[in-house]
Design a binder for this molecule. Structure first.
Ligand SMILES: NC(=O)c1ccc[n+]([C@@H]2O[C@H](COP(=O)([O-])OP(=O)(O)OC[C@H]3O[C@@H](n4cnc5c(N)ncnc54)[C@H](O)[C@@H]3O)[C@@H](O)[C@H]2O)c1
Length: 349
């Protein structure tokens, strides 16, 4: 990212040690063309465009100023204080999560789903090991001993990536989805190496009962995850089985799910180990940083090269990302969730 910006003549300021969590040193940033500055405040004060990963924290609100472009994940709907701070200061904010391409895809959410899907199997395999609290099953089995049964509920980006890794490790994999066309695609991709089932309470109940690892990966865009898996279904699983509810960031799709953290990731219900970490990609920040950057860079270069208004004229997807502009909320769902007024970006710009 730094190299691409530097080569196009932009000056890139990086807070010292900003990349340490992702195993990227200040020296590597300098080599790529960045200038290291002493603190985040200096970046906020000197830059025209601030790029982050997470939404600004309250300690940063005082650094907002009119006309500054902020490009990051914002998830403003449940954050009225941050929304007010952006509007009152006149920051023009572009939220990664609302950039939407014309085919309906959300390109800046996809890499995080890819990470979480692949990680779900890795985590599941680890917790199935006896010393980690599971029933002591090797996902792929060995010659003469059956592999584990892995059930993936929801065959979208997370589910597809989870199935790929579970298949690769030699597990018996089933994917359940309510979208039959999606199941047809998955069937074409995996041929006979996975079982696809239509989503209903019968297939769920029967599949869960015999599964060693269940991965929850459903999404209904704009809504809380449906509680597809009832507690009695969890109770029917073998003791020491594992459930990984990736959909926990939307409330979770198991009745027994509650959000956990990387420092305290698991708990048991009816003898079944639950892993429900709502920001799984944070455990692999090196991979996640590069994955996210690959996806943000085309939009970032447009913003840096042309400025917000011209960039949005060029990219309808980017225009959909504008959440606040010149003192107005410009994203309808954010305004509605906070009972506030909004104006379309095109009407203000
Ligand atoms: N915990 C984390 O760190 C983390 C990271 C990334 C994504 N996520 C979450 O993972 C979830 C899945 O994301 P995604 O990118 O794969 O979404 P996606 O839209 O690509 O896929 C969701 C799938 O769920 C299916 N579905 C919807 N209702 C269903 C039902 N009743 N039964 C079976 N299938 C159903 C859809 O048909 C779709 O195929 C989302 O909630 C997302 O926010 C969590």
């Amino acid at each position: 990212m730094i190299t691409a910006l530097h080569e196009r003549g932009h000056r890139v300021l990086v807070e010292t040690q900003a990349g340490i969590g992702s195993s990227i040193t200040d020296e590597e940033y300098v080599e790529a063309g960045a200038t290291i500055v002493a603190c985040a405040a200096e970046v906020w004060n000197k830059a025209d465009l601030v790029v982050k990963v997470k939404e600004p924290q309250p300690s940063e609100y005082g650094l907002f100023r009119a006309g500054l472009i902020l490009f990051t994940y914002l998830h403003l709907a449940p954050l009225p204080d941050l929304t007010d701070a952006l509007v009152e200061s006149g920051v023009n904010s572009v939220a990664y999560e609302t950039i939407r391409e014309t085919d309906g895809s959300l390109p800046l959410l996809t890499p995080m789903s890819e990470v979480a899907g692949r990680m779900a199997v890795q985590v599941g395999a680890q917790y199935l090991e006896r010393p980690n609290g599971g029933r002591g099953i090797l996902l792929g089995g060995i010659p003469g001993v059956a592999p584990a049964n892995v059930l993936v509920i929801g065959g979208g980006v997370v589910g597809h990536n989870a199935a790929k890794i579970a298949c690769g490790l030699g597990a018996n994999v089933t994917i359940i989805d309510r979208n039959l066309n999606r199941l047809r695609e998955l069937d074409d991709i995996y041929s006979n190496s996975i079982l696809t089932l239509a989503s209903n309470s019968y297939t769920l109940r029967e599949s869960i009962r015999i599964s060693d690892l269940v991965i929850g990966a459903v999404l209904i865009p704009g809504a809380s995850a449906p509680k597809l898996v009832r507690r009695d279904m969890i109770a029917s699983m073998k003791r020491g089985s594992v459930v990984v509810d990736v959909a926990i960031d939307q409330g979770g799709c198991f009745e027994t799910s509650r959000a956990t953290t990387h420092t305290d990731p698991i708990y048991y219900v009816d003898g079944v180990l639950h892993y429900c970490v709502s920001n799984m990609p944070a455990a692999v920040p090196h991979t996640s940083t590069f994955g996210l950057t690959n996806a943000t860079i085309p939009y970032l270069l447009l913003l840096a090269d042309r400025g917000l208004e011209a960039a949005c004229l060029n990219s309808k997807a980017l225009a959909e990302g504008v959440n606040t502009y010149q003192g107005h909320i410009t994203y309808q769902a954010v305004a509605e969730s906070q009972n506030k007024l909004w104006k379309a970006f095109a009407a203000v710009a």
